[in-house]
Ligand binder design. Structure first.
Ligand SMILES: [Zn+2]
Length: 182
């Protein structure tokens, strides 16, 4: 995971480099460092807001409470003109940011799920195409069309031709895919 505020040891070992970009808590009237992050909203899980510990808790509570339906309500609690700030104090030693990766993990899992569904849908789409069927075909249509194609590409009808054999295998696979998902 890459994070813009994740200051690694390599940088920190360079003593001349004392000023680093930091973020302050995005909560209105709060001047603590914003070292905990939360997604901006449910539609935008890749962009984050940064808060101090107290306000990440409050933000998460509100987030749960509003269930993403009333983003405006949450925005009211935040600074309107939030930007990056340079720290006014010198930074030294190893500063370890305690970033909660739980949401990152959730995001990854849901992406995986979507990807899986997409692959499955593509396979199903192709199966329908292979049988010259439309996606809204009835089970009866599917079975009828399958029989027609099997007859057409059956080895007996094609002098055991390799091409038609392969075609028949494809048709069987496509048919199985459709039936499995019907
Ligand atoms: Zn705060």
């Amino acid at each position: 995971m890459k994070s813009t505020v994740n200051i690694n040891n390599r940088n920190m070992n360079n003593k001349s480099e004392k000023l680093r970009l930091t973020k302050y808590c995005e909560w209105k009237d709060c001047n603590n460092k914003g070292i905990h992050r939360a997604p901006k909203n449910r539609e935008n899980l890749r962009e984050f807001r940064w808060f101090c510990l107290e306000h990440i808790r409050e933000y998460n509570n509100k987030w749960n409470y509003f269930s993403g339906l009333s983003q405006i309500e949450i925005e009211k609690e935040l600074k309107a003109d939030f930007t990056w700030h340079l720290p006014t104090w010198p930074m030294n030693g190893n500063i370890k940011y305690n970033i909660n990766d739980e949401l990152d993990l959730l995001k990854k899992n849901s992406n995986k799920k979507i990807k899986k569904t997409k692959v499955k849908n593509n396979k199903l789409d192709n199966a329908f195409k292979k049988l010259n069927l439309t996606l809204d075909s009835s089970l009866q249509d599917i079975k009828r069309q399958y029989k027609v194609l099997v007859k057409k590409y059956h080895p007996d009808a094609n002098n055991n031709n390799n091409k038609s054999n392969n075609k028949l295998i494809e048709i069987n696979e496509a048919y199985k895919t459709i039936i499995d998902n019907y």
